[in-house]
Ligand binder design. Structure first.
Ligand SMILES: Nc1ncnc2c1ncn2[C@@H]1O[C@H](COP(=O)(O)OP(=O)(O)OP(=O)(O)O)[C@@H](O)[C@H]1O
Ligand SMILES: [Mg+2]
Length: 362
């Protein structure tokens, strides 16, 4: 649950404080007012990472050197550009990102997962057809929220992968002995197998979840795994050295959406593809609930304008079970929503009406 959010110099939001309902909150504001930025900040409190910044320095307001996100008065993230001018002749070096819980500094793997969220944003609607990177990122975001060991394995694997690729390059260019590969092989195999197993477990869960919804749920995921083992690394050894790239392992994983046994990216209509994503998002919610016995916060970023009527109905039915924060640009959306949900009688509480951002807690 997120009840309170304080932002300082986070993107265009210089000094803001928000209170959220335990049920449903609307964030209504025109385009470019900062709606997605608010959800980005909440997502960062959950995962320790941004879903949109390539480098997190992008999240610091143009005019300042330091940004701060505080959630529920115990979670805090401070972002800097790597140095701060604190009145000395040269700026002092500082950490680019500091994560704390109750003022105690935490590593990313210990900070992440304290607040559970599921974000559903327009970019998710391309999950079926987009590049594999996006699908791997999806898997990592979900599983990382529920499994500290997975967070550790991912960090260790990524670091090992960079080192191993550098070594492959040196073997090719500088004739460094191939025996040095052994250490990195072991590290990648150990972490890689853990990552693959957990991804398989998630995909099995999704495929076996039975939704009682008014949509076609004959979807399946098919895990296209790139297994990593001594044998596979041996098999690709020469190609790996020639290209100075590790060619097998979970960094090459992918998964396919299938509808009635057919590849959804190749054969599905646009609506069927969107429905598939919605189906997966619902499975993500159930997975987090089952694994952690906690109810995640649902963040919907202007998603209703992207969905047609049957999809909207599915989402509306689901949100009553979760603390939900919905952004929208069109203020009429709230009235339409309330009338559909027979919420006319419940009061509309505008808790903050500043600049252009309206927060409506129901
Ligand atoms: N580091 C930054 N410093 C200042 N402003 C920034 C920074 N990064 C992004 N912005 C600005 O934040 C503004 C709001 O972005 P955001 O995506 O949150 O808007 P939005 O309300 O979601 O709009 P839309 O309805 O179009 O989705 C943009 O105009 C963008 O230029
Ligand atoms: Mg937006």
């Amino acid at each position: 649950m997120i009840t309170k959010l304080v932002l300082q110099n986070f993107r265009n939001l210089k000094k803001e404080s928000f209170q959220f309902s335990s049920n449903l909150t609307f964030i209504i504001a025109p385009n470019a007012a900062g709606k997605t930025n608010i959800l980005e900040a909440i997502f960062m409190l959950s995962t320790g990472k941004s879903f949109k910044a390539r480098i997190e320095e992008e999240c610091i307001n143009y005019d300042t050197e330091i940004a701060r996100i505080i959630g529920n008065s115990n979670l805090e993230i401070v972002l800097t550009r790597g140095f701060l001018d604190i009145g000395k002749s040269v700026p002092s070096r500082v950490a680019r990102k500091k994560l704390t819980i109750n003022k105690i500094s935490k590593r990313l793997i210990d900070f992440a997962g304290n607040l559970k969220v599921v974000l559903f944003a327009p970019h998710d609607l391309d999950l079926v057809t987009d590049a594999p990177t996006l699908r791997r990122k999806f898997l990592d975001t979900v599983i990382s929220q529920v499994d500290r060991e997975y967070r550790r394995a991912i960090l260790s694997y990524d670091k090992g992968l960079r080192q191993r690729n550098r070594l492959l390059f040196r073997i090719r260019e500088e004739n460094v002995s191939r025996s040095h590969l052994l250490f990195w092989n072991q590290l990648l195999i150990k972490n890689g197998n853990y990552i693959t197993d957990q991804r398989q477990k998630f995909i099995d869960f999704v495929n076996n979840t039975d939704f009682k919804l008014n949509i076609n749920t004959n979807y399946k995921l098919e895990y296209d795994r790139s297994a990593i083992s001594e044998g596979r690394l041996e098999q690709y050894k020469n190609e790996e050295i020639a290209s100075a790239t590790t060619l097998v392992g979970p960094h090459r994983d992918d998964f396919l959406f299938k509808l009635e046994e057919k590849d959804l990216s190749a054969y599905g209509s646009r609506a069927e593809q969107r429905m598939g994503v919605l189906w997966l998002k619902l499975a993500e919610l159930s997975f987090i609930e089952r694994e952690t016995s906690e109810i995640p916060v649902l963040l919907l970023d202007d998603i209703f304008s992207e969905l047609d009527h049957p999809h909207r109905k599915v989402v509306m039915d689901v949100i009553k079970n979760y603390q939900t924060i919905i952004t929208a640009a069109d203020p009429h959306f709230v009235e339409e929503f309330k009338s559909k949900k027979n919420l006319q009688s419940s009061g509309k509480h505008i808790l903050s009406l500043r600049d252009k951002i309206q927060i409506i807690n129901l």
